[in-house]
Design a protein around this ligand. Structure first.
Ligand SMILES: *Cc1c(COP(=O)(O)O)cnc(C)c1O
Length: 395
């Protein structure tokens, strides 16, 4: 048995998404900017996909810009809000300490340009409150950018409450909803969201395609310059096949949230219950407001990389920290931000499920993870020191 439990990194494409893409590779392959009928057919398909995406978010089609993925959407949203702010002399941004690097590194670039960023503390309950946002807003705040749900530890943030605060204080509100779309019901108008990023490959769509919702009236800054595609705001010939695949996957995921997610959450809860029996372990992330598919633990006395390699040999594909940080020796910035010390943060495991996982797979994970943790602890000098009292347990 080989269990894929790394759906926060990427997902398998759905049949519906694959089927939706195929005609646009070699049948209707026209360029939507071309005036002939082949081009115009592609243009129509593109606008239908835009309508589908807009329907899923509760916005108008003209408020959707297609991008190359979640990272580009995050970059464009944040840079646009920063430029709008600068014109009014407002150069303060509010975010959190556990954002995805697509947000954090964009903010770091703006800091070098003279912007000031407040990173809200996430150590209380592994989440933030709308009150923290309200307290951080200043006269010169031009943007609040707060993720919808955390990709590593699964915390779901109080987005509707934060939207209400931002509306009242008249500050632009962007959310990186890459982990939430297709898993949680979203309505950008009801939730007072001004900008939202999403990515196809996190909900069984293709990689390399995403979208940015931008409330009408907000002027975007181009990140990619060139032709007049996407109302002049994102140059480059549209990835028609990818966009159609993403739209099909998004409709499928959003239409079946109520059907799929309770079953995914039940598997998650069984994993959390089973793995918390392992001594000196701790659950990471908000235990109540949590993504249906996310399980994240720290196990004291072991090292995450060896855990992952052994689990892979035993037929479980998992992750420690985010895919982008694995391979580097620094522990995850998310685990440090919630207050885990370096030693403990190194021994982390993320299992992320989708509706494609089964109860039998959960049984398999519950069998092998405790075995592998025990095996690694038995050969760990740190664990020996903990056991003989030369070191104090943290968890
Ligand atoms: C995956 C992910 C991204 C990046 O999306 P890409 O389409 O891979 O660029 C951004 N934010 C979060 C929270 C993610 O999980």
């Amino acid at each position: 048995m080989y269990v894929y439990a790394d759906n926060a990194a990427t997902t398998a494409m759905s049949r519906a998404a694959i089927d939706a893409m195929v005609p646009y590779f070699n049948k209707v392959f026209g360029n939507p900017s071309s005036l002939h009928s082949m081009g115009q057919e592609a243009k129509e398909v593109l606008e239908n996909a835009r309508q589908t995406v807009a329907n899923c978010l509760g916005c108008e089609p003209r408020e959707i810009i297609f991008t190359s993925g979640g990272s580009e959407a995050d970059n464009q949203a944040i840079i646009s809000a920063a430029r709008i702010g600068a014109k009014k002399g407002k150069k303060h941004i509010i975010s959190t300490a556990f954002e995805h690097h697509a947000v954090l590194h964009t903010l770091q670039r703006l800091e070098k340009e003279g912007y000031e960023v407040t990173y809200l503390d996430v150590s209380q309950g592994h989440n933030i409150t709308a009150q923290q946002v309200a307290d951080a807003i200043r006269e010169d705040t031009c943007l609040v950018t707060v993720m919808y749900a955390n990709n590593e530890i699964g915390s779901v943030l109080p987005i509707s409450e934060i939207g209400a605060v931002c509306k009242e204080k008249k500050v632009l509100f962007h959310t990186d909803a890459v982990q939430a779309v297709g898993h949680i019901h979203i309505n950008v108008k009801e939730q007072n969201i001004d900008m939202l990023s999403l990515s196809g490959h996190k909900f069984h769509g293709p990689k390399g395609v995403g979208a940015l919702y931008v409330r009408k009236g907000i002027v975007l800054t181009n990140v990619i310059e060139g032709g007049a595609q996407e109302r002049g705001k994102r140059a480059g010939t549209e990835n028609i096949a990818g966009i159609c695949g993403m739209a099909a996957a998004m409709k499928d995921a959003c239409d079946h949230i109520d059907e799929n997610m309770p079953r995914v959450a039940a598997m998650r809860d069984r994993l959390i219950e089973g793995l918390s029996q392992i001594p000196h372990s701790a659950l990471n992330g908000d235990s109540v407001n949590r993504l249906p598919g996310n399980v994240n633990f720290c196990f004291e006395g072991i090292e995450g990389e060896s855990l992952l390699l052994l689990l892979d040999m035993k037929g479980v594909a998992a992750s420690s920290g985010s895919a982008c940080t694995s391979g580097s020796l620094d522990p995850s910035h998310v685990l440090l931000a919630i207050g885990r010390v370096h030693d403990v943060a190194h021994g982390s495991l993320r299992l992320s499920l989708s509706e494609y996982n089964t109860d039998e797979e959960v049984d398999h994970i519950l069998k092998v993870v405790p075995e592998v943790v025990q095996y690694l602890r038995n050969m760990s000098p740190v664990w020996r020191d903990l056991q003989v009292g030369k070191r104090q347990y943290i968890l």
